[in-house]
Design a protein around this ligand. Sequence first.
Ligand SMILES: Cc1cc2nc3c(=O)[nH]c(=O)nc-3n(C[C@H](O)[C@H](O)[C@H](O)COP(=O)(O)OP(=O)(O)OC[C@H]3O[C@@H](n4cnc5c(N)ncnc54)[C@H](O)[C@@H]3O)c2cc1C
Length: 497
Amino acid sequence: MELFDLVVIGGGIHGCGVAADAAGRGLKVALFEKADLGAGTSSASTKLIHGGLRYLESYEFSLVRQCLMEQRLLLQNAGYLVQPLPFVIPVDNNTRPLWMINLGLFFYDRLTARSMPHSTILSAQDLEKLELQKKPKAAFRYYDCQTDDNRLVIADALLATSLGAKIYTHHEVTSVVSTEESWIVKTQGKFGPYFVKAKAIANMTGPWLKNVTQDCQLITSQTEVKLVQGAHLIVPKLYSGPDALAYQHDDGRLVFFVPYLEKFTLVGTTEFVIDKMPQKPTIDPCELTYLKDLVSKVFGKNIKDNDIIGHYAGVRALIDSNKSASKATRDYKVEKMYCPHHKHPIVHLIGGKITTWRLSAEDIVSSLKKEFPLMTAPWTTKKILPGARVNTSSHMIFEELCRDFPFINKELLKRWSQTYGLRTYNLIGLRSSLKEFGAKIADNLYEAEIDFLMSTEWAQNLDDILFRRTKLGLTLSPPEVKLIYDWFGQPITHQIS
Ligand SMILES: Cc1cc2nc3c(=O)[nH]c(=O)nc-3n(C[C@H](O)[C@H](O)[C@H](O)COP(=O)(O)OP(=O)(O)OC[C@H]3O[C@@H](n4cnc5c(N)ncnc54)[C@H](O)[C@@H]3O)c2cc1C
């Protein structure tokens, strides 16, 4: 049985972040994910790298500041995956008042040095351009960032393996026992049970946090957790401008309308508390109706069920502070505990955000300093993620690719630059014509890309490829998607379409 310093349970943004951070500090790391990397909440977010303007209302200045600092680091270190996104906040009689939003934005712009423009109030002409059903009294524009949550997870996992971590997908951790020497971790994979030993464990199972501790009879976190589900709709583009909209609904909640994949608008999120974590969260009919009604209220457009391109639901495990779902803090807590008999450590993460994954991963690994005194210092603030170059956007990479590969059409190079960044050079390799990419499986999808995803990114089936590693499952037409599944003889299991 192989002995690892650290076994990470869960391959979402936090698990992969911890694996990368720990491996980079000299620990021997294994990560086990029961499904695909990022298949949990980390592919079901609103896909924003944001400071969380509304957390200022609950005076969470340090959380907002941390988030904005992480946003700046991600723009610098993962530029092809994180793009600035303008947001508009309409102000009306039923919304938070003008002075309050103005004050919040004043702080938001100044809490940390940012490379993005400061917020502004929209002119009467700009208000007209908003294409809203009801013209608001006023509106502000401010800046946050958009990302591809699942690509960030993959970039993190690639970083972890480049530093020696071992990543096992489709391996569910089913039991953890402690012996004199170490923890013994049992996982269940395709080929049966697999055992490893670990000096320390990081429970990075997000909303499954309590399930895994119960199922494996592990020492559970003492923190009260609130499970809050949120759902999103993907609908054909609702309006033409480049802004996202932060819209305050009548119940006081902020719902975002975000331009998505050029052709779509992402609408979400809902927020409701659930008692038990399901195997796979799905949108509730009430959430669907809530979001459809909101689209009709805000844009005067009736969305029928067959207009919906996709929908998804995810669950957050928030620190339960007896506040409502929307007011509960989005901050995270690292809880380190010891097995009562042999004093081996286990670290749980409660809460957190995609935006702050680097920081929480750093805190989790640093919490093990006592057990691993030779561990090196935190290092990730300057680490450029795989596929990125410092301060380089996907557009800059796209221009380089167009120059170097004139035989590949621009649409494909654009998608690759946004998906793989500079790793597109690895995907293309020494090929000098499109014919060398193998069979054309669909518009702008060649066999070579599927091989690349399966051989370098842990993709195992078409759901992984079409809906998580790429978003082709959304952009290709449903008959094209069906043809691909038929071609590979795989059933369509993805819920999104
Ligand atoms: C609706 C919604 C919108 C959000 N929007 C944003 C946003 O715009 N920006 C932002 O910064 N944050 C956002 N968040 C928060 C963010 O998405 C989460 O904090 C983050 O994705 C949690 O990541 P995680 O790695 O902790 O959990 P997960 O991504 O859920 O990963 C946990 C993993 O553990 C695995 N697992 C569970 N049990 C086992 C086991 N026994 N063995 C092995 N593996 C196991 C699961 O399969 C899963 O992959 C949003 C959250 C929600 C719910």
